[in-house]
Design a protein around this ligand. Structure first.
Ligand SMILES: O=C(O)[C@H]1O[C@@H](Oc2ccc([N+](=O)[O-])cc2)[C@H](O)[C@@H](O)[C@@H]1O
Length: 563
């Protein structure tokens, strides 16, 4: 599935703006994209279902085109109706889905209706804590009872687009540069294009940079290889993109291609044959008032801050982000660990039906993001209950699903398990290419005792390496700091404590030659469900929720300029 594009042969209509939301038979204005929870106080904790409506006006000539509705993301379960006819449904958030409505758009006025429910479900997506009784403590008494640590925002969170094309059209494009030889500056770009039946017999032009190939379309799938001498390899220092242009007689599509290779061995991760160390963060796509609604200034600001702080990467914890994040990452040279919307997976997910859904989610993420040079790794889940015996076959299947679609990138699962305590033994981590772990020494354990925490961390990491003999990526560590709180000697929740813990953890991990990266949790403060550990926000941000630096930001900026 290709992201809709506007060009000389394709027309794109954006429905962004004020839609109508029906709540208990009453109509209210609602912004799309956005989350309902932050636009109305009385809807803050509501799961719906709520009915969204908007009107689409279509000129007559466009109603005869191939028409596709593209929902960039709806959280979470939804049914879509066009002029009162049900045209589609979708059941996972954070991933796009398309609906072919060719022949169903009338000239003039059309009503688009979307019924959305954002229900937390035990064993479902989004995941609910199995026991959410009011007398349980800590996260298990959270409200709303999300089985994860960020606010479960609902609604049409990303743009809804209507794309008009000819019936003869380009359906998908795959780009593979993994056979390139960086030492020889030799770029090999394999391009595969899928077209509709109607394109058969047409002439196609495929142009990469200055090289153009012409051919006659005789098959739904067309494959070509471009060989470039003296290629500019895409990397954080020089994120060079070559425009790839596909032309049919009645359709066209342009995609930016970065030529680069990814590889790994027992100890290291390599970009273009050279070891790369990942410096950066886990983060969230959320903001006051907007909830999880797409918001472009925040993306530009966050990339600006990533550059300012000398980071080279981030993880799209704990769901795929808006596609524009990846377009910007390609352009600016930031590496991305792309994570499936699988957070809070428990033993209640380990059944064939849910496994099928999870496999589908992984496939949909890879289908969406496969062509981005910035995506360096696929993560199939964050912190599942992976010490449960049934986790083994579940995650093995997700690993294989990802590998079947893409053998060129490492596939990982982010584990909070496999610590020295035998009860945390991870049964699935062994299947993955790189060992990714989240560790909170000096925070949840060894509270207030940074030095002892570091010793325990070192032992833990050494044991992990001895068990797995694979590169280790510490995908989370950190401490809450409430901006403006200072304390000496450093106390938990002070800016000093966070700065010391983060700096010392990174310095310790840098000494191990099998550590391929350290990602601080988190980039910025973010809203969570209500519970005793969270004064409205998770305060582990290196930046505040409105993107101002805490003390640790200055420390990281200096540290990361040296490594
Ligand atoms: O807690 C955090 O700040 C972050 O850590 C991770 O979740 C944990 C929650 C509790 C414990 N614990 O009690 O040990 C450890 C980890 C999650 O990946 C992340 O979404 C969350 O925001």
């Amino acid at each position: 599935m290709l992201k809709p594009e506007s060009n000389a042969k394709r027309l794109l209509m954006n429905t962004t703006g004020i839609w109508s939301l029906e709540v208990n038979g009453e109509e209210r204005p609602i912004a799309v994209p956005g989350s309902w929870n932050e636009q109305y106080q009385d809807l803050c904790y509501e799961e719906g279902p709520f009915t969204y409506r908007t009107i689409l006006y279509i000129p007559e000539e466009l109603s005869k085109k191939h028409v596709r509705l593209y929902f960039s993301a709806v959280n979470t379960d939804c049914e879509v109706y066009l002029n009162e006819e049900k045209v589609g449904e979708n059941h996972i958030g954070y991933l796009p889905f398309e609906i072919d409505v060719t022949g169903k758009m009338k000239p003039g006025k059309n009503e688009l209706k979307v019924v959305v429910k954002n229900e937390l479900k035990v064993g479902g997506f989004p995941s609910k804590v199995p026991d959410s009784g009011t007398h349980t403590v800590g996260f298990f008494g959270s409200f709303p009872p999300a089985n994860f640590d960020f606010f479960p925002y609902g609604g049409i969170i990303r743009p809804v687009l209507v794309e008009f094309t000819d019936h003869s059209r380009i359906l998908d494009i795959w780009v593979d540069t993994s056979k390139s030889e960086p030492e020889k500056k030799l770029g090999r770009v394999r391009v595969k294009v899928e077209v509709s039946e109607e394109a058969m017999g047409e002439e196609m032009k495929i142009k990469l940079g200055e090289v153009e190939k012409k051919l006659k379309v005789t098959d739904r799938f067309i494959e070509e290889e471009f060989v470039l001498d003296d290629a500019r390899f895409w990397c954080p220092e020089d994120p060079h993109l070559y425009p790839l242009r596909i032309d049919l007689e009645r359709d066209e599509y342009t995609l930016d291609v970065g030529i680069r290779t990814i590889s790994w061995d027992e100890k290291r991760l390599y970009l273009n044959g050279k070891p790369i160390f990942l410096k950066g963060f886990g983060k969230h796509e959320e903001f006051p008032v907007l909830g999880q609604g797409t918001f472009y200034p925040m993306m530009v600001k966050d990339f600006n801050l990533l550059k300012w702080i000398n980071a080279n990467s981030f993880r799209t914890s704990h769901y795929p982000y808006s596609e524009e994040w990846l377009d910007l990452a390609d352009r600016l040279g930031i590496l991305v660990i792309d994570e499936a919307p699988h957070v809070g997976i428990t033993r209640y997910h380990y059944n064939p039906e849910t496994q099928k859904i999870a496999e589908d989610n992984v496939q949909r993420m890879i289908a969406r993001d496969k062509n981005h040079p910035s995506v360096i790794m696929w993560s199939v889940a964050n912190e599942p209950e992976s010490n449960h015996p049934d986790a083994e076959s579940f995650f093995k299947a997700l690993y294989e699903t990802a590998k079947e679609m893409d053998r060129t990138r490492p596939v990982v699962m982010v584990s909070m398990m496999d610590a020295p305590d035998e009860r945390t033994r991870d049964v699935a981590l062994k299947y993955f290419d790189i060992v990714c772990v989240n560790r909170y020494y000096g925070w949840y354990i060894y509270q207030g005792r940074i030095e002892e925490g570091l010793q325990a961390l070192e032992k833990d990491i050494e044991e992990l390496y001895a068990r797995h003999r694979k590169p280790i990526f510490v995908t989370e560590f950190g401490a809450d700091a409430i901006a403006g709180i200072h304390y000496d000697p450093p106390q938990m929740f002070s800016e000093e404590y966070q700065a010391e813990l983060v700096e010392k953890t990174i310095r310790l991990l840098l000494k191990k030659d099998y550590i391929i990266g350290t990602h601080v949790w988190a980039f910025a403060d973010f809203k969570t469900p209500q519970n005793v550990r969270r004064p409205i926000l998770n305060h582990k941000g290196v930046f505040t929720r409105d993107r101002q630096p805490k003390l640790v930001a200055h420390v990281l900026r200096r540290l990361w300029s040296e490594v």
